[in-house]
Ligand binder design. Structure first.
Ligand SMILES: *Cc1c(COP(=O)(O)O)cnc(C)c1O
Length: 363
């Protein structure tokens, strides 16, 4: 395709799902995290594929993301990790499962359920065990559970927490203290209710580094898309970002390239113009640090990255207008790309703008 495309490899996704599943006990459920558009890919396509191969649950960050999946026909349960009070009505209407994480949100949720006489709704109870991001802290648990017990329609489908440092093996002591606190609080809660919520805690690197943290379900995000610090070799990258040489410009020694004349040609220089820029998620701050691949040749970005285009030095590289170029793929992957600019794959992938066409690859 002679334009910028983000290829999404559903076979790689399936492979990653199978690799992660193979690490789990057969009874452990699999929640696929498809927030932020499936980590910048295409949440609907990702969810459809995973639903077809037997995933148990989805998680999204916000209600609107869950609605997108429901509108696309996804039937699997969907946890909304960070629902806002404004969206309670949609949570109920679209049969999504709210995370209950603060007294403020819980009180509003209970009010809505009572006012609208909702018959039954499944929720997940979020415990803050030390990340100090979202969730009930230990001193709030009793109050929160009392409120939930008084509101009969609310059923806890799950009790969960989130780990802070699963990919830092210097922090095993801290991580184990989080796991132990979760065990303690969740068993106290379970002893107060007559049914059995699903306990879940591990994200991708938790699955690989803390096997005793499986509980009843795991929540895998980045691993499904092919990344995990300790396991890149087993997983396959799902995203490949490709573009095309829109134009070739011949510059003379001493010419400048781009806005603010931030690059001067030290010799006669061939410049290729690539139609992708900071509006697409290739941040202007990457200007001095990234290269692209043209075949097996590396071409450095020169000058400041513009909104819609960037320029690369192709002096000495045999290529033409219309030729394909690659930012990252399964060889030089998004994590390698991220490292070159001091970021992480999560951020690079989720910043890829809607403007880039997603092309689904499935053999
Ligand atoms: C994003 C997120 C995950 C997924 O984490 P990965 O590291 O991508 O596997 C799991 N749980 C919560 C609460 C999250 O916000």
């Amino acid at each position: 395709m002679k334009k910028t495309v983000l290829e999404i490899d559903l076979n790689a996704l399936e492979h990653n799902f199978n690799v992660i599943s193979s690490k789990l006990k057969p009874s452990t459920k699999f929640m696929a995290v498809v927030k932020a558009g499936g980590y910048g890919s295409d949440s609907v396509e990702i969810a459809k594929k995973l639903e077809s191969i037997g995933v148990d649950y989805f998680a999204v960050a916000f209600t609107s993301e869950g609605i997108d999946l429901r509108k696309a026909g996804i039937k699997t349960p969907i946890l909304v990790l960070l629902p806002q009070v404004e969206s309670i009505k949609n949570i109920i209407n679209y049969n999504l499962e709210a995370s209950l994480y603060s007294i403020y949100f819980l009180e509003n949720f209970v009010d809505y359920v009572n006012k609208k006489e909702i018959k039954k709704c499944f929720c997940h109870f979020k415990i803050n065990t030390g990340l100090n991001r979202v969730g009930f802290s230990e001193y709030q648990i009793n109050d929160a559970i009392e409120k939930i017990k008084k509101c009969k329609p609310i059923k806890l489908a799950g009790i969960y927490s989130h780990l802070a440092a699963t990919d830092d093996l210097n922090e095993t002591k801290f991580t184990n203290s989080q796991i132990n606190l979760f065990k303690k609080i969740s068993s106290e809660i379970k002893s107060q209710i007559s049914y059995k919520p699903i306990l879940h805690m591990s994200n991708t690197s938790g699955i690989f580094n803390y096997p005793d943290c499986e509980f009843d379900m795991v929540r895998a995000g980045i691993g499904l898309y092919g990344y995990n610090n300790y396991l890149n070799k087993e997983l396959l990258p799902v995203h490949s970002l490709k573009s095309v040489i829109a134009q070739i410009i011949h510059c003379n020694k001493g010419d400048s390239v781009g806005y603010n004349r931030s690059f001067f040609c030290k010799e006669d220089t061939k410049i290729a113009v690539i139609p992708i820029g900071h509006a697409d998620g290739i941040s202007r701050s990457f200007s001095k640090n990234i290269h692209i691949m043209i075949g097996d040749k590396k071409a450095e970005v020169v000058g400041d990255i513009c909104m819609d285009v960037l320029m690369v030095n192709i002096t000495g590289i045999n290529c033409d207008e219309g030729d394909k170029v690659t930012f990252f793929d399964s060889k030089f992957n998004a994590e390698d790309f991220a490292k070159s600019v001091g970021s992480i794959s999560y951020e690079i992938l989720t910043n890829l703008s809607k403007r880039i066409e997603r092309k689904i690859i499935e053999l």
